[in-house]
Design a protein around this ligand. Sequence first.
Ligand code: FES
Length: 61
Amino acid sequence: MYVCNCNGIRERDCRAAIDHGARRPADIFRHCQAEAQCAKCVCDMRRMIQEQDQAMKLAAE
Ligand code: FES
């Protein structure tokens, strides 16, 4: 499934970027060698980062 239609960034690309330390949507764009264009995907990227943070916090407990 595509998260960013402008750049063809898939959900799995976002997850790989987050696994490699992306903490902001800008980090995901950088990891994917892309740039924000319409920025409609930024909210979804932030949600994915937050979900990963929550999962890490739960795993650490
Ligand atoms: S959908 Fe990602 S920049 Fe447009």
